[in-house]
Design a protein around this ligand. Structure first.
Ligand code: PLP
Length: 365
């Protein structure tokens, strides 16, 4: 008789078996980090001071999120019940999809876009309906509107979008929300601070609008894992049933109020990045590199067939950039995060050297 322990093994759900593995290239990043759209410098010094004051005893307690949710809600001009803090926007996406997507539902998204939408959608039993952007990578509004069906239960829009840097207008987002009242419209404003436009003011006025924000980008707190979801109380009640009450840890909760208060630091960093982006875009134009218009802290550029060599040459020069060639419609394209002006000078030197090497080796890139 066969030993049951050798023939029987736990098997994941069929959908999980079909999922692709996703391993972001996070290893050995001791270089200029222009690969993950993080703040490339540091967080507010007030956050640093808060961390230094946390006692060992404080760590023995479970985190209490409600008081901080109330502070964040007030900061956004919302009611506390409309806001849920999350372990990064990634948890917000995961929980939202788990809350609203059933078997045979459809989750609609333009592509290319933020990878984790597809990762979390494919872990549910819903169907991903991906609408490809054209070569200009602009928001494919008409095609998204046409792809809405009665089964559409979530529409996920990063605004601005990654890796393209493109944006959807307020009017377009409102039309999507109105066309699909049975669906949650997730507007992921991870890059809001570099863009400046928002739908946060409409939270609670539209029954199906949910806005996400992260503290990983402009605030420089990617390591703390802090994000939020803001939506109508009725929807947020369902979300809270699925959301862990403890997923935002007490260090992150302690650091959030000082991070919000230090608007001088935030404004300085954003202004620095926007100035650096203008200079970097000029350098790209001078080098004859095609780029897509960006409203964010990164720029997508066309390197062509030798994209992998380009990324290696940049790494050899101490600058990490992100090959997006595996994203739909992005073959040969590389995303470069914008840091400070001084950092981007280093990036320009590395870029010009890498291009010169590739061009010297002959022909087209
Ligand atoms: C559009 C978008 N949303 C969310 C995230 C991740 O946010 P968080 O670090 O809060 O999980 C990213 C990170 O790159 C992103 O590009």
């Amino acid at each position: 008789m066969a030993d049951a322990s050798t023939t029987l093994a736990p098997t994941p759900r069929a959908r999980v078996q079909e999922m692709k593995e996703y391993h972001p290239p996070l290893g050995s990043r001791a270089a200029l980090r222009l690969d993950f759209n993080e703040n490339t410098l540091e967080c507010s010094p007030r956050v640093r001071e808060t961390l230094a004051q946390i006692s060992a005893g404080a760590l023995t307690r479970y985190p209490e999120r409600e008081p901080v949710e109330a502070i964040v809600a007030a900061h956004l001009g919302l009611h506390a019940e409309q806001v849920a803090l999350t372990n990064g926007v990634d948890e917000a996406i995961h929980v939202l999809f788990e809350t609203f997507l059933d078997a045979d539902d459809e989750v609609l998204m333009p592509v290319p876009t933020y990878t984790m939408y597809e990762v979390y959608a494919s872990a549910t039993d819903a169907r991903v309906v991906a609408v490809q952007a054209g070569d200009d990578l602009q928001f494919p509004f008409d095609r998204l509107m046409a792809a809405i069906t009665s089964k559409t239960k979530v529409i996920a829009i990063a605004n601005p979008n990654s890796p393209s840097g493109s944006v959807a207008t307020r009017e377009q987002l409102l039309l999507l929300a109105t066309r699909a009242p049975q669906a949650v419209l997730l507007v992921d404003e991870a890059y809001f601070h570099f863009y400046g436009e928002t739908l946060m003011d409409l939270v609670g006025t539209l029954p199906n609008l949910v806005v996400a924000r992260t503290f990983s980008k402009a605030y420089g707190l990617a390591g703390l894992r802090l994000g939020l979801l803001a939506g109508p109380v009725e929807l947020m009640r369902w979300v809270r049933r699925v959301l862990s009450p403890y997923s935002v840890n007490s260090l992150a909760l302690a650091c959030l109020p000082p991070a919000l208060e230090d608007t001088a630091y935030l404004n300085w960093y954003v202004a620095e990045v926007l100035a650096a982006r203008t200079e970097f875009e000029a350098a790209l134009d001078a080098a004859g590199v095609r780029r897509w218009p960006s409203r964010t802290n990164f720029v997508l550029v066309e390197i062509g067939a030798r994209h992998a060599e380009f990324v290696c040459l940049m790494r050899d020069a101490g600058v990490l950039v992100r090959d997006r060639s595996n994203d739909p419609g992005c073959d040969g394209r590389v995303r470069i995060t914008i840091g400070t002006r001084a950092q981007m000078k280093q990036a320009v030197t590395a870029l010009n050297n890498a291009l010169a090497m590739l061009r010297a080796e002959g022909g087209k890139l």
